[in-house]
Design a binder for this molecule. Structure first.
Ligand SMILES: Cc1cc2nc3c(=O)[nH]c(=O)nc-3n(C[C@H](O)[C@H](O)[C@H](O)COP(=O)(O)OP(=O)(O)OC[C@H]3O[C@@H](n4cnc5c(N)ncnc54)[C@H](O)[C@@H]3O)c2cc1C
Length: 508
Protein backbone atom coordinates (compact mmCIF):
# COMPACT_ATOMS: atom_id res chain seq x y z
CA UNK A 1 0.00 0.00 0.00
CA UNK A 2 1.37 3.42 -0.91
CA UNK A 3 2.29 5.28 2.30
CA UNK A 4 -0.04 8.20 1.52
CA UNK A 5 -2.93 5.78 1.49
CA UNK A 6 -2.38 4.47 4.97
CA UNK A 7 -5.40 5.53 7.01
CA UNK A 8 -4.48 5.69 10.66
CA UNK A 9 -4.53 3.65 12.74
CA UNK A 10 -3.23 1.00 10.37
CA UNK A 11 -5.46 -1.78 11.76
CA UNK A 12 -7.49 -4.54 10.07
CA UNK A 13 -10.58 -2.34 9.68
CA UNK A 14 -8.72 0.51 8.03
CA UNK A 15 -6.77 -1.89 5.81
CA UNK A 16 -10.11 -3.38 4.68
CA UNK A 17 -11.47 0.11 4.11
CA UNK A 18 -8.53 1.12 1.93
CA UNK A 19 -8.56 -2.21 0.09
CA UNK A 20 -12.16 -1.41 -0.88
CA UNK A 21 -11.97 2.28 -1.63
CA UNK A 22 -8.45 2.60 -3.05
CA UNK A 23 -6.86 -0.82 -3.61
CA UNK A 24 -3.07 -0.72 -3.58
CA UNK A 25 -2.77 -2.94 -6.66
CA UNK A 26 -5.26 -1.01 -8.80
CA UNK A 27 -4.33 -0.62 -12.46
CA UNK A 28 -6.09 2.17 -14.30
CA UNK A 29 -7.85 0.95 -17.47
CA UNK A 30 -7.09 2.12 -21.00
CA UNK A 31 -9.49 4.98 -21.73
CA UNK A 32 -12.35 4.48 -24.20
CA UNK A 33 -12.31 6.62 -27.36
CA UNK A 34 -14.97 8.94 -25.91
CA UNK A 35 -17.18 8.84 -22.81
CA UNK A 36 -20.80 9.86 -22.43
CA UNK A 37 -19.83 11.04 -18.94
CA UNK A 38 -16.54 11.58 -17.13
CA UNK A 39 -17.01 12.15 -13.41
CA UNK A 40 -14.27 13.75 -11.28
CA UNK A 41 -14.53 12.81 -7.61
CA UNK A 42 -15.94 9.60 -6.17
CA UNK A 43 -17.73 10.94 -3.09
CA UNK A 44 -21.51 10.62 -2.86
CA UNK A 45 -22.14 12.93 -5.82
CA UNK A 46 -19.65 11.20 -8.10
CA UNK A 47 -20.68 7.69 -7.10
CA UNK A 48 -24.37 8.38 -7.67
CA UNK A 49 -23.65 10.08 -11.02
CA UNK A 50 -21.42 7.24 -12.19
CA UNK A 51 -23.62 4.39 -10.98
CA UNK A 52 -26.84 5.99 -12.24
CA UNK A 53 -25.47 6.90 -15.67
CA UNK A 54 -23.84 3.48 -16.16
CA UNK A 55 -27.07 1.70 -15.16
CA UNK A 56 -28.86 3.65 -17.90
CA UNK A 57 -26.34 2.48 -20.50
CA UNK A 58 -23.85 5.38 -20.59
CA UNK A 59 -20.13 4.79 -21.05
CA UNK A 60 -18.77 6.29 -17.84
CA UNK A 61 -15.32 7.09 -16.45
CA UNK A 62 -14.90 7.92 -12.76
CA UNK A 63 -11.76 9.59 -11.36
CA UNK A 64 -10.79 9.64 -7.69
CA UNK A 65 -7.55 10.94 -6.27
CA UNK A 66 -7.92 9.66 -2.73
CA UNK A 67 -10.66 7.46 -1.24
CA UNK A 68 -13.90 6.45 -2.93
CA UNK A 69 -16.83 7.31 -0.73
CA UNK A 70 -15.39 10.78 -0.13
CA UNK A 71 -16.21 12.65 3.05
CA UNK A 72 -19.41 10.81 3.91
CA UNK A 73 -17.90 7.36 4.25
CA UNK A 74 -14.39 8.22 5.32
CA UNK A 75 -14.36 11.52 7.20
CA UNK A 76 -17.96 12.65 7.70
CA UNK A 77 -21.39 11.17 8.25
CA UNK A 78 -20.38 7.57 8.83
CA UNK A 79 -17.56 7.96 11.38
CA UNK A 80 -19.28 10.84 13.17
CA UNK A 81 -22.52 8.91 13.62
CA UNK A 82 -20.49 5.91 14.76
CA UNK A 83 -18.95 7.78 17.65
CA UNK A 84 -22.16 9.66 18.41
CA UNK A 85 -23.79 6.26 18.93
CA UNK A 86 -21.09 5.28 21.41
CA UNK A 87 -21.46 8.58 23.25
CA UNK A 88 -25.24 8.05 23.47
CA UNK A 89 -24.72 4.64 25.04
CA UNK A 90 -22.55 6.28 27.69
CA UNK A 91 -25.07 9.03 28.30
CA UNK A 92 -27.84 6.43 28.66
CA UNK A 93 -25.77 4.47 31.14
CA UNK A 94 -25.12 7.63 33.17
CA UNK A 95 -28.86 8.19 33.43
CA UNK A 96 -29.32 4.55 34.49
CA UNK A 97 -30.25 5.28 38.12
CA UNK A 98 -33.49 6.92 36.91
CA UNK A 99 -34.47 3.48 35.62
CA UNK A 100 -33.24 1.59 38.65
CA UNK A 101 -29.83 0.73 37.25
CA UNK A 102 -27.30 1.38 40.01
CA UNK A 103 -23.51 1.55 40.07
CA UNK A 104 -23.31 3.77 37.00
CA UNK A 105 -21.38 6.39 38.95
CA UNK A 106 -18.25 4.28 38.42
CA UNK A 107 -18.41 3.96 34.66
CA UNK A 108 -15.12 3.49 32.90
CA UNK A 109 -15.10 4.56 29.27
CA UNK A 110 -12.80 2.90 26.76
CA UNK A 111 -12.42 5.47 23.99
CA UNK A 112 -10.27 3.06 21.98
CA UNK A 113 -13.08 0.48 21.86
CA UNK A 114 -15.61 3.10 20.76
CA UNK A 115 -13.32 4.21 17.92
CA UNK A 116 -12.55 0.62 16.95
CA UNK A 117 -16.28 -0.10 16.66
CA UNK A 118 -16.70 2.93 14.40
CA UNK A 119 -13.79 1.81 12.18
CA UNK A 120 -15.16 -1.73 11.95
CA UNK A 121 -18.61 -0.55 10.85
CA UNK A 122 -17.12 1.96 8.40
CA UNK A 123 -15.13 -0.88 6.83
CA UNK A 124 -18.29 -3.04 6.73
CA UNK A 125 -20.15 -0.32 4.85
CA UNK A 126 -17.30 0.35 2.40
CA UNK A 127 -17.91 -2.46 -0.17
CA UNK A 128 -20.89 -0.47 -1.43
CA UNK A 129 -18.55 2.36 -2.52
CA UNK A 130 -15.74 0.04 -3.56
CA UNK A 131 -13.53 0.18 -6.62
CA UNK A 132 -14.28 -3.44 -7.53
CA UNK A 133 -18.05 -2.95 -7.31
CA UNK A 134 -17.91 0.04 -9.63
CA UNK A 135 -15.69 -1.75 -12.15
CA UNK A 136 -17.02 -5.31 -11.99
CA UNK A 137 -20.72 -4.86 -11.16
CA UNK A 138 -21.48 -1.44 -12.61
CA UNK A 139 -19.12 -1.43 -15.62
CA UNK A 140 -17.55 1.95 -14.82
CA UNK A 141 -13.98 2.73 -16.00
CA UNK A 142 -12.38 3.74 -12.72
CA UNK A 143 -9.16 5.78 -12.64
CA UNK A 144 -7.24 6.65 -9.49
CA UNK A 145 -5.30 9.91 -9.70
CA UNK A 146 -5.91 13.64 -9.92
CA UNK A 147 -8.37 14.66 -12.63
CA UNK A 148 -7.63 17.93 -14.38
CA UNK A 149 -9.15 19.55 -17.45
CA UNK A 150 -6.94 19.88 -20.50
CA UNK A 151 -9.57 21.46 -22.74
CA UNK A 152 -13.33 22.04 -23.06
CA UNK A 153 -13.98 18.33 -23.65
CA UNK A 154 -11.00 16.49 -22.20
CA UNK A 155 -9.61 15.54 -18.82
CA UNK A 156 -6.25 14.07 -17.90
CA UNK A 157 -5.57 11.57 -15.16
CA UNK A 158 -2.20 9.90 -14.51
CA UNK A 159 -1.00 10.73 -18.02
CA UNK A 160 -4.14 9.38 -19.73
CA UNK A 161 -6.45 11.63 -21.71
CA UNK A 162 -10.20 11.09 -21.39
CA UNK A 163 -12.50 12.69 -23.98
CA UNK A 164 -16.08 13.36 -23.00
CA UNK A 165 -19.46 14.44 -24.30
CA UNK A 166 -20.37 15.52 -20.78
CA UNK A 167 -18.38 15.86 -17.56
CA UNK A 168 -19.50 16.07 -13.94
CA UNK A 169 -17.34 17.86 -11.39
CA UNK A 170 -18.08 16.26 -8.03
CA UNK A 171 -14.94 17.13 -6.08
CA UNK A 172 -16.63 18.14 -2.83
CA UNK A 173 -15.28 20.36 -0.08
CA UNK A 174 -12.86 20.20 2.82
CA UNK A 175 -12.60 21.87 6.23
CA UNK A 176 -11.93 25.58 5.76
CA UNK A 177 -8.69 26.68 7.38
CA UNK A 178 -9.34 28.97 10.34
CA UNK A 179 -7.87 32.47 10.01
CA UNK A 180 -6.16 32.22 13.39
CA UNK A 181 -2.54 33.34 13.86
CA UNK A 182 -0.18 30.47 14.65
CA UNK A 183 -2.68 27.62 14.31
CA UNK A 184 -1.23 26.09 11.14
CA UNK A 185 2.24 25.77 12.70
CA UNK A 186 0.82 24.38 15.94
CA UNK A 187 -1.41 21.83 14.24
CA UNK A 188 -5.08 21.08 14.76
CA UNK A 189 -7.63 18.38 14.10
CA UNK A 190 -10.17 18.58 11.30
CA UNK A 191 -12.77 16.09 10.12
CA UNK A 192 -9.97 14.41 8.13
CA UNK A 193 -7.91 13.60 11.22
CA UNK A 194 -10.22 13.50 14.23
CA UNK A 195 -11.59 10.04 13.39
CA UNK A 196 -8.06 8.60 13.44
CA UNK A 197 -7.65 9.33 17.16
CA UNK A 198 -7.07 6.27 19.31
CA UNK A 199 -6.69 8.13 22.58
CA UNK A 200 -9.14 10.59 24.02
CA UNK A 201 -7.77 14.14 24.27
CA UNK A 202 -8.36 15.01 27.95
CA UNK A 203 -9.00 18.66 27.05
CA UNK A 204 -10.46 19.54 23.66
CA UNK A 205 -11.26 22.94 22.18
CA UNK A 206 -13.81 22.90 19.39
CA UNK A 207 -13.71 26.01 17.21
CA UNK A 208 -17.10 26.58 15.62
CA UNK A 209 -20.58 25.99 17.01
CA UNK A 210 -22.25 24.86 13.79
CA UNK A 211 -23.63 21.36 13.20
CA UNK A 212 -20.26 19.58 12.88
CA UNK A 213 -18.79 21.39 15.90
CA UNK A 214 -21.85 20.71 18.08
CA UNK A 215 -22.18 17.04 17.14
CA UNK A 216 -18.53 16.29 17.84
CA UNK A 217 -18.27 18.51 20.93
CA UNK A 218 -21.15 16.70 22.61
CA UNK A 219 -19.87 13.28 21.57
CA UNK A 220 -16.34 13.93 22.89
CA UNK A 221 -17.70 15.42 26.12
CA UNK A 222 -19.78 12.30 26.71
CA UNK A 223 -16.78 10.14 25.91
CA UNK A 224 -14.89 11.93 28.69
CA UNK A 225 -13.07 14.95 27.21
CA UNK A 226 -13.30 18.31 28.87
CA UNK A 227 -14.68 20.18 25.86
CA UNK A 228 -14.86 23.93 25.28
CA UNK A 229 -16.67 25.31 22.25
CA UNK A 230 -15.34 28.62 20.98
CA UNK A 231 -17.98 30.28 18.82
CA UNK A 232 -17.78 33.68 17.15
CA UNK A 233 -21.56 34.22 17.26
CA UNK A 234 -23.80 34.67 20.26
CA UNK A 235 -25.33 31.18 20.08
CA UNK A 236 -24.87 27.68 18.73
CA UNK A 237 -26.51 26.40 15.53
CA UNK A 238 -27.15 29.90 14.16
CA UNK A 239 -29.23 28.65 11.23
CA UNK A 240 -31.86 27.07 13.50
CA UNK A 241 -34.72 28.71 15.42
CA UNK A 242 -33.35 30.34 18.58
CA UNK A 243 -35.47 28.18 20.92
CA UNK A 244 -34.37 25.00 19.11
CA UNK A 245 -30.71 25.96 19.45
CA UNK A 246 -31.28 26.88 23.11
CA UNK A 247 -32.48 23.35 23.90
CA UNK A 248 -29.35 21.86 22.32
CA UNK A 249 -27.21 24.41 24.11
CA UNK A 250 -28.69 23.43 27.50
CA UNK A 251 -28.22 19.73 26.75
CA UNK A 252 -24.59 20.31 25.85
CA UNK A 253 -23.94 22.28 29.03
CA UNK A 254 -25.50 19.42 31.02
CA UNK A 255 -23.08 17.08 29.27
CA UNK A 256 -20.23 19.21 30.57
CA UNK A 257 -19.46 21.23 27.43
CA UNK A 258 -18.22 24.67 28.28
CA UNK A 259 -19.48 27.39 25.96
CA UNK A 260 -17.44 30.41 25.06
CA UNK A 261 -19.77 32.45 22.84
CA UNK A 262 -19.02 35.81 21.22
CA UNK A 263 -15.43 34.61 21.29
CA UNK A 264 -12.67 36.33 19.30
CA UNK A 265 -9.61 34.11 18.99
CA UNK A 266 -6.57 36.34 18.77
CA UNK A 267 -3.78 33.79 18.67
CA UNK A 268 -2.44 30.37 19.53
CA UNK A 269 0.84 29.19 20.97
CA UNK A 270 2.48 26.08 22.32
CA UNK A 271 3.67 25.69 25.92
CA UNK A 272 5.19 22.29 26.52
CA UNK A 273 2.52 19.76 25.51
CA UNK A 274 -0.25 22.35 25.95
CA UNK A 275 -1.89 24.16 23.07
CA UNK A 276 -2.82 27.65 24.19
CA UNK A 277 -5.65 29.65 22.66
CA UNK A 278 -5.92 33.38 23.39
CA UNK A 279 -9.52 34.54 23.37
CA UNK A 280 -11.29 37.85 23.84
CA UNK A 281 -14.63 37.18 25.43
CA UNK A 282 -17.06 39.53 27.20
CA UNK A 283 -14.47 42.31 27.31
CA UNK A 284 -11.89 40.04 28.93
CA UNK A 285 -8.83 38.26 27.62
CA UNK A 286 -8.64 34.55 28.40
CA UNK A 287 -6.06 31.88 27.76
CA UNK A 288 -7.36 28.37 27.26
CA UNK A 289 -4.93 25.44 27.58
CA UNK A 290 -5.95 22.26 25.78
CA UNK A 291 -4.47 19.04 24.42
CA UNK A 292 -6.16 19.21 21.00
CA UNK A 293 -8.05 21.71 18.90
CA UNK A 294 -10.78 20.58 16.53
CA UNK A 295 -11.76 23.05 13.84
CA UNK A 296 -15.21 23.15 12.26
CA UNK A 297 -15.61 26.64 10.83
CA UNK A 298 -17.14 25.85 7.47
CA UNK A 299 -16.21 24.16 4.23
CA UNK A 300 -13.98 25.23 1.34
CA UNK A 301 -14.54 23.86 -2.19
CA UNK A 302 -12.00 21.41 -3.63
CA UNK A 303 -10.96 23.35 -6.72
CA UNK A 304 -7.22 22.80 -6.59
CA UNK A 305 -5.73 20.66 -9.33
CA UNK A 306 -8.80 20.81 -11.59
CA UNK A 307 -7.42 23.41 -14.03
CA UNK A 308 -10.92 24.76 -14.60
CA UNK A 309 -9.58 27.62 -16.73
CA UNK A 310 -8.53 25.11 -19.40
CA UNK A 311 -12.19 24.17 -19.86
CA UNK A 312 -13.67 27.67 -19.45
CA UNK A 313 -15.46 26.78 -16.20
CA UNK A 314 -16.28 29.75 -13.95
CA UNK A 315 -15.84 29.39 -10.20
CA UNK A 316 -15.68 31.32 -6.98
CA UNK A 317 -12.74 30.46 -4.70
CA UNK A 318 -15.03 30.44 -1.62
CA UNK A 319 -18.27 29.07 -3.06
CA UNK A 320 -17.02 26.64 -5.69
CA UNK A 321 -18.12 26.00 -9.24
CA UNK A 322 -20.77 28.35 -10.57
CA UNK A 323 -23.73 26.42 -11.94
CA UNK A 324 -27.20 27.41 -13.07
CA UNK A 325 -30.41 25.95 -11.69
CA UNK A 326 -29.93 22.90 -13.94
CA UNK A 327 -26.39 22.36 -12.57
CA UNK A 328 -24.74 23.36 -15.84
CA UNK A 329 -21.49 25.34 -15.64
CA UNK A 330 -20.25 28.10 -17.94
CA UNK A 331 -18.94 25.27 -20.16
CA UNK A 332 -22.20 23.75 -21.49
CA UNK A 333 -20.64 20.27 -21.55
CA UNK A 334 -19.66 20.40 -17.90
CA UNK A 335 -22.03 20.04 -14.96
CA UNK A 336 -21.40 19.89 -11.21
CA UNK A 337 -23.13 18.38 -8.18
CA UNK A 338 -22.59 18.14 -4.45
CA UNK A 339 -20.53 20.19 -2.03
CA UNK A 340 -18.41 21.67 -4.84
CA UNK A 341 -21.29 23.85 -6.04
CA UNK A 342 -24.24 23.75 -3.64
CA UNK A 343 -24.81 25.65 -0.40
CA UNK A 344 -26.69 22.83 1.34
CA UNK A 345 -23.83 20.43 2.01
CA UNK A 346 -25.48 17.13 2.93
CA UNK A 347 -25.15 13.62 1.58
CA UNK A 348 -28.86 13.29 0.79
CA UNK A 349 -28.87 16.64 -1.07
CA UNK A 350 -25.83 15.56 -3.01
CA UNK A 351 -27.57 12.32 -3.96
CA UNK A 352 -30.62 14.26 -5.20
CA UNK A 353 -28.43 16.68 -7.19
CA UNK A 354 -26.56 13.81 -8.83
CA UNK A 355 -29.87 12.41 -10.08
CA UNK A 356 -30.78 15.81 -11.52
CA UNK A 357 -27.35 15.98 -13.15
CA UNK A 358 -27.83 12.65 -14.92
CA UNK A 359 -31.22 13.69 -16.31
CA UNK A 360 -30.04 17.14 -17.44
CA UNK A 361 -26.58 16.26 -18.73
CA UNK A 362 -27.39 13.03 -20.56
CA UNK A 363 -31.10 13.13 -21.39
CA UNK A 364 -32.00 16.75 -22.21
CA UNK A 365 -33.74 17.02 -18.84
CA UNK A 366 -34.86 20.39 -17.49
CA UNK A 367 -34.86 19.52 -13.80
CA UNK A 368 -34.13 22.34 -11.38
CA UNK A 369 -32.17 22.14 -8.15
CA UNK A 370 -34.31 24.99 -6.77
CA UNK A 371 -37.34 22.68 -6.89
CA UNK A 372 -35.87 20.34 -4.26
CA UNK A 373 -37.38 20.18 -0.80
CA UNK A 374 -34.32 19.68 1.40
CA UNK A 375 -34.57 18.45 4.96
CA UNK A 376 -31.57 18.29 7.27
CA UNK A 377 -30.72 17.17 10.73
CA UNK A 378 -28.05 17.96 13.30
CA UNK A 379 -27.36 14.78 15.23
CA UNK A 380 -26.88 16.24 18.66
CA UNK A 381 -28.92 14.85 21.52
CA UNK A 382 -31.65 15.98 21.15
CA UNK A 383 -31.48 16.20 17.36
CA UNK A 384 -32.64 19.28 15.49
CA UNK A 385 -34.24 18.63 12.11
CA UNK A 386 -35.66 21.15 9.70
CA UNK A 387 -37.37 21.20 6.30
CA UNK A 388 -38.66 23.97 4.06
CA UNK A 389 -38.95 27.57 5.16
CA UNK A 390 -38.21 29.21 8.45
CA UNK A 391 -40.66 31.90 9.54
CA UNK A 392 -38.19 34.59 8.47
CA UNK A 393 -37.90 33.03 4.97
CA UNK A 394 -41.67 33.24 4.55
CA UNK A 395 -41.71 36.82 5.82
CA UNK A 396 -38.93 37.77 3.40
CA UNK A 397 -41.08 36.42 0.56
CA UNK A 398 -44.12 38.33 1.77
CA UNK A 399 -46.03 35.18 2.75
CA UNK A 400 -48.25 35.45 5.81
CA UNK A 401 -47.93 32.44 8.09
CA UNK A 402 -49.33 30.88 11.19
CA UNK A 403 -46.94 28.88 13.34
CA UNK A 404 -48.03 25.91 15.44
CA UNK A 405 -45.79 24.32 18.06
CA UNK A 406 -46.39 21.18 20.12
CA UNK A 407 -43.99 20.61 23.03
CA UNK A 408 -42.78 17.04 23.43
CA UNK A 409 -43.90 17.22 27.05
CA UNK A 410 -47.43 16.88 25.58
CA UNK A 411 -46.52 13.55 23.99
CA UNK A 412 -46.89 10.47 26.20
CA UNK A 413 -44.14 8.45 24.54
CA UNK A 414 -41.62 11.26 24.90
CA UNK A 415 -42.42 11.44 28.63
CA UNK A 416 -42.16 7.66 29.02
CA UNK A 417 -38.84 7.66 27.19
CA UNK A 418 -37.51 10.48 29.37
CA UNK A 419 -37.02 12.48 26.16
CA UNK A 420 -39.58 15.22 26.61
CA UNK A 421 -37.24 18.09 25.84
CA UNK A 422 -38.05 19.50 22.44
CA UNK A 423 -40.93 20.33 20.16
CA UNK A 424 -42.50 19.87 16.77
CA UNK A 425 -43.30 23.03 14.82
CA UNK A 426 -44.85 23.87 11.49
CA UNK A 427 -45.32 27.09 9.60
CA UNK A 428 -48.52 27.13 7.55
CA UNK A 429 -49.60 29.55 4.86
CA UNK A 430 -52.16 31.71 6.63
CA UNK A 431 -55.73 30.68 5.84
CA UNK A 432 -54.76 27.21 4.61
CA UNK A 433 -53.21 23.98 5.87
CA UNK A 434 -50.30 24.24 3.40
CA UNK A 435 -47.05 23.41 5.18
CA UNK A 436 -44.27 25.85 4.30
CA UNK A 437 -41.69 24.47 6.69
CA UNK A 438 -41.12 22.80 10.00
CA UNK A 439 -38.59 22.19 12.74
CA UNK A 440 -38.44 19.26 15.12
CA UNK A 441 -36.27 19.04 18.21
CA UNK A 442 -36.40 15.49 19.56
CA UNK A 443 -34.23 12.49 20.26
CA UNK A 444 -35.01 11.12 16.80
CA UNK A 445 -35.97 14.32 15.00
CA UNK A 446 -34.14 13.12 11.89
CA UNK A 447 -36.59 10.23 11.57
CA UNK A 448 -39.63 12.35 12.41
CA UNK A 449 -38.97 15.14 9.91
CA UNK A 450 -39.64 12.77 6.98
CA UNK A 451 -43.38 13.03 7.49
CA UNK A 452 -43.24 16.80 7.00
CA UNK A 453 -40.88 16.43 4.02
CA UNK A 454 -43.28 13.97 2.40
CA UNK A 455 -46.17 16.36 2.93
CA UNK A 456 -44.32 19.40 1.54
CA UNK A 457 -42.90 17.52 -1.44
CA UNK A 458 -46.25 16.09 -2.41
CA UNK A 459 -48.44 19.06 -1.61
CA UNK A 460 -50.24 17.32 1.27
CA UNK A 461 -51.62 19.69 3.83
CA UNK A 462 -51.49 19.34 7.59
CA UNK A 463 -55.10 18.13 7.47
CA UNK A 464 -53.90 15.03 5.57
CA UNK A 465 -51.48 14.31 8.41
CA UNK A 466 -54.38 14.75 10.84
CA UNK A 467 -56.36 12.08 8.94
CA UNK A 468 -53.42 9.67 9.18
CA UNK A 469 -53.53 7.30 12.15
CA UNK A 470 -50.28 7.37 14.11
CA UNK A 471 -49.55 4.41 16.41
CA UNK A 472 -49.86 5.17 20.12
CA UNK A 473 -47.54 5.75 21.90
CA UNK A 474 -44.95 7.15 19.51
CA UNK A 475 -43.05 10.42 19.52
CA UNK A 476 -44.29 11.04 15.96
CA UNK A 477 -47.68 11.70 17.49
CA UNK A 478 -46.29 15.20 18.07
CA UNK A 479 -46.80 15.77 14.35
CA UNK A 480 -50.38 14.51 14.42
CA UNK A 481 -50.98 16.80 17.38
CA UNK A 482 -49.88 19.70 15.18
CA UNK A 483 -52.76 18.76 12.90
CA UNK A 484 -55.11 18.71 15.91
CA UNK A 485 -53.86 22.17 16.81
CA UNK A 486 -54.56 23.27 13.23
CA UNK A 487 -58.08 21.84 13.40
CA UNK A 488 -58.69 23.79 16.60
CA UNK A 489 -57.79 27.00 14.74
CA UNK A 490 -60.65 26.20 12.36
CA UNK A 491 -63.12 25.99 15.22
CA UNK A 492 -64.09 29.65 15.01
CA UNK A 493 -66.80 31.08 17.31
CA UNK A 494 -69.23 30.92 14.37
CA UNK A 495 -68.51 27.24 13.63
CA UNK A 496 -68.76 26.46 17.35
CA UNK A 497 -72.14 28.27 17.52
CA UNK A 498 -73.49 26.35 14.52
CA UNK A 499 -72.30 23.00 15.90
CA UNK A 500 -73.77 23.84 19.33
CA UNK A 501 -77.14 24.69 17.75
CA UNK A 502 -77.12 21.40 15.82
CA UNK A 503 -76.37 19.37 18.94
CA UNK A 504 -79.01 21.19 20.97
CA UNK A 505 -81.55 20.39 18.26
CA UNK A 506 -80.47 16.72 18.32
CA UNK A 507 -81.10 16.40 22.06
CA UNK A 508 -84.50 14.92 22.94
C1 LIG B 1 -17.86 15.61 10.09
C2 LIG B 1 -18.93 15.62 9.03
C3 LIG B 1 -20.14 15.04 9.29
C4 LIG B 1 -21.14 15.04 8.33
N1 LIG B 1 -22.32 14.47 8.64
C5 LIG B 1 -23.31 14.47 7.72
C6 LIG B 1 -24.55 13.84 8.02
O1 LIG B 1 -24.75 13.29 9.09
N2 LIG B 1 -25.51 13.85 7.06
C7 LIG B 1 -25.31 14.45 5.84
O2 LIG B 1 -26.22 14.43 5.02
N3 LIG B 1 -24.14 15.05 5.54
C8 LIG B 1 -23.14 15.06 6.44
N4 LIG B 1 -21.94 15.63 6.13
C9 LIG B 1 -21.77 16.24 4.79
C10 LIG B 1 -21.47 15.18 3.73
O3 LIG B 1 -20.38 14.40 4.14
C11 LIG B 1 -21.17 15.86 2.40
O4 LIG B 1 -22.23 16.72 2.07
C12 LIG B 1 -21.01 14.86 1.26
O5 LIG B 1 -19.99 13.95 1.56
C13 LIG B 1 -20.65 15.61 -0.05
O6 LIG B 1 -20.40 14.69 -1.07
P1 LIG B 1 -19.62 15.13 -2.38
O7 LIG B 1 -19.62 13.94 -3.28
O8 LIG B 1 -20.13 16.40 -2.89
O9 LIG B 1 -18.12 15.44 -1.90
P2 LIG B 1 -17.03 14.55 -1.17
O10 LIG B 1 -17.63 13.52 -0.33
O11 LIG B 1 -16.10 15.53 -0.53
O12 LIG B 1 -16.27 13.80 -2.36
C14 LIG B 1 -15.43 14.48 -3.26
C15 LIG B 1 -14.37 13.51 -3.75
O13 LIG B 1 -13.66 14.13 -4.83
C16 LIG B 1 -12.28 13.77 -4.73
N5 LIG B 1 -11.51 14.80 -5.49
C17 LIG B 1 -11.40 16.11 -5.23
N6 LIG B 1 -10.68 16.71 -6.20
C18 LIG B 1 -10.34 15.75 -7.09
C19 LIG B 1 -9.61 15.76 -8.31
N7 LIG B 1 -9.10 16.87 -8.85
N8 LIG B 1 -9.43 14.58 -8.95
C20 LIG B 1 -9.95 13.42 -8.45
N9 LIG B 1 -10.66 13.37 -7.30
C21 LIG B 1 -10.86 14.53 -6.64
C22 LIG B 1 -12.03 13.79 -3.23
O14 LIG B 1 -10.88 13.02 -2.92
C23 LIG B 1 -13.33 13.17 -2.69
O15 LIG B 1 -13.23 11.78 -2.57
C24 LIG B 1 -20.91 15.63 7.06
C25 LIG B 1 -19.66 16.21 6.78
C26 LIG B 1 -18.68 16.21 7.75
C27 LIG B 1 -17.36 16.83 7.42
Amino acid sequence: MAPHLRILPNDDSNRTLVENVHPADWVNPEPARCYNLVVIGAGTAGLVCAAGAAALGAKVALIERHLMGGDCLNYGCVPSKGIIRASRAISEARKGSEFGLHGMGHLSIDFGVAMERMRRIRAEISPNDSARRFRDELGVDLFFGNGSFTGPDSIEVEGKRLRFKRAAVCTGARAAAPPIPGIEEMGYLSNETVFSLTELPPRLAVIGGGPIGCELAQAFARLGSKVTILEYGSRLLPREDADAAAIVQQAMVRDGVELCLDARITGTAKRGADKLISVEHGGKRLELAVDEILVGVGRAPNLQGLDLEAAGIDYDPQLGIKVDDRLQSSNPKVFAAGDICFPFKFTHTTDALARILIANALFLGRQKSSALTIPWCTYTDPEVAHVGMYEADARARGIETITLTVPLSAVDRALLDGEAEGFARVHLKKGSDRILGGTIVARHAGEMINELSLAITNGLGLAAIGRTIHPYPTQAEAIRKLADAYNRTRLTPLVRKVLGAWLRWQRC
